[in-house]
Design a protein around this ligand. Structure first.
Ligand SMILES: Cc1ncc(COP(=O)(O)O)c(C=O)c1O
Length: 499
């Protein structure tokens, strides 16, 4: 059986890798035929091939209704040759299956080669690191929909959140409305601002599971803002994670930005997982700050992050005035710091965030290289693949364990990310057992070959005194449908062995 050509060609100036995969297709092709042979998915295949630009259009398929999982599996297999080629870009240890990308990504070979070469050249030439990183910002900014003065380079998400939050001119009594599912990376600077400036932090309690809709979030925040205002409080900002690291719920940025505009608030998004996973246009979204990692889904070097900072007024996205802000960690401070009141930037705010003394250029060139590879593969294509893979996992979990075991939403597309959290235990009450949850994660690695690298995470759940220790799986472009099948079987077996 010969390889099908990928349906979407690699775009960009120079292909980074060959897309010819003849000879690597057959076993999975048989798998594909097995799914079809089981009678599942023919109707959906027609539909999916149509919307995916495939070659199935016009064929009159039998009207067999596939399960949602079957339909997603077929969609993943349609482009499998392409993704097998992408998997070949990485040096991941074959003895493990890496499904904790929410914690750490992995540099592709081409990034490693460049990083290595540049480190050696820097050492050979004793090269200076004094730069405004403009070339690197120029190279990265278009993929995020912004200008180079709006894309700052930070050490990671936590560093970006510190730049954003600690740079604002807080007044005692200012209230920030946030959630009870925030990561320490964003929570820590909030707590510093509480201690230092006397701000107040008001947390909405987030729902978990599939029975939720994007509109719930706007209501949740708006209701809290109104309560606070009625109590005479001065609500000044909203801060939230999209997605949260606990349940992978993509708090809907567009819906929440409508609340931000309505109540004239400063907007801060902990977007640790956004760069490299989701293809967002930040100029259109219009938040004041979005702090993301370069080292997670974007697969750049460690200690790299991307902080998007609103630095000009784009009326359609966000007509609110730019908030007063001072750099807190910089060697570039040019007064006056007057912020722009129109569509032209008044100064290069991203330089003030990015530059603090001598910089290690190979890091940033490595991040640029990773960004270029993502552009070549296609950022939307990566987003679609990551979300499809996660949706497939969610459907398989729902089939085997029941949908109520999911802590991540699966049915509202606006809430989806590539992070999946759920309760795998035979006795559902065991989800509050921290040790059992840690042991489940350890056994996923030790009891299977190759073992699976996943993690657990504590989730505050409305109505539960104890935190729930769910397991969290985050899959990226080196995993495929067969990996998900193996993972589901392994998690099922381990949960039974631990009953
Ligand atoms: C939502 C969220 N925010 C912040 C962080 C911290 O990320 P970093 O290591 O890039 O600072 C993480 C890490 O997992 C996260 O999930």
């Amino acid at each position: 059986m010969h390889a099908a050509q990928p349906r979407t060609p690699v775009t960009g100036p120079e292909p980074a890798f060959s897309i010819h995969t003849a000879g690597r297709w057959s076993s999975k092709r048989r798998d594909f035929m097995r799914v079809l042979g089981a009678g599942a998915g023919l109707a959906a295949l027609g539909q999916l091939a149509g919307c995916g630009g495939g070659d199935g259009g016009g064929v009159a398929f039998a009207a067999t209704i596939p399960t949602a999982a079957d339909a997603l599996r077929i969609r993943l297999l349609q482009d499998e040759a392409f993704w097998t080629q992408v998997q070949g870009m990485f040096v991941l240890n074959p003895a493990k299956t890496f499904m904790n990308i929410g914690t750490a990504g992995s540099m592709p070979k081409l990034v490693l080669d460049l990083f290595d070469e540049e480190n050696r050249a820097k050492a050979r030439e004793s090269a200076s690191g004094y730069t405004d990183l403009m070339d690197q910002r120029k190279a990265l900014a278009p993929a995020f929909g912004v200008d180079p003065d709006e894309l700052a380079l930070s050490a990671n998400t936590s560093s970006g959140m510190c730049h954003a939050i600690l740079g604002l001119d807080w007044k005692s009594g200012d209230v920030v409305v946030t959630t009870n599912h925030e990561h320490g990376g964003g929570d820590t600077p909030l707590r510093i601002a509480q201690a230092r400036h006397g701000i107040e932090v008001s947390r909405v309690e987030l729902p978990v599971g599939n029975a939720q809709r994007a509109s719930d979030y706007a209501n949740l925040f708006e209701q809290r803002i109104l309560e606070l205002r009625n109590a005479g409080k001065r609500v000044r900002a909203m801060m939230w994670s999209s997605p949260t690291y606990k349940t992978g719920t993509m708090l809907p940025i567009e819906e929440l930005m409508a609340v931000v505009r309505k109540y004239e608030l400063i907007s801060i998004v902990d977007g640790a997982h956004l760069p490299g996973m989701m293809h967002y246009d930040y100029a259109r979204l219009g938040m004041d700050f979005m702090s993301g990692a370069g080292h997670k889904w974007q697969c750049g070097p460690g200690s790299t992050g991307i902080l998007i900072v609103r630095n000009k007024i784009r009326t359609a996205a966000n007509p609110l005035p730019l908030p007063k802000w001072y750099p807190v960690h910089t060697s570039s401070f040019a007064k006056p710091m007057e912020r722009s009141t129109n569509e032209t930037a008044s100064f290069d705010i991203a330089a003030q965030v990015s530059v603090c003394g001598s910089m290690h250029l190979p890091l940033w060139n490595g991040l640029v290289k990773a960004g270029q590879l993502w552009d070549q593969i296609g950022r939307k294509k990566i987003e679609t693949y990551d979300l499809t893979l996660a949706s497939y996992l969610k459907e398989r979990i729902a089939e085997k364990w029941g949908v109520d075991r999911l802590y991540s939403p699966k049915d509202d597309p606006r809430l989806l990310s590539a992070i999946t959290s759920f309760n795998p235990f035979v006795n559902p009450a065991d989800v509050t057992n921290k040790e059992k949850s840690a042991s489940f994660v350890a056994r996923l690695m030790s009891d299977h070959a190759p073992g699976f690298l996943i993690r657990n995470v504590d989730v505050p759940v409305i109505g539960s005194e104890a935190r729930h220790w769910v397991v969290r799986v985050s899959t990226h472009l080196w995993a495929d449908a067969a990996d998900i099948d193996r993972l589901v079987d392994a998690m099922w077996a381990t949960s039974r062995a631990m009953a």
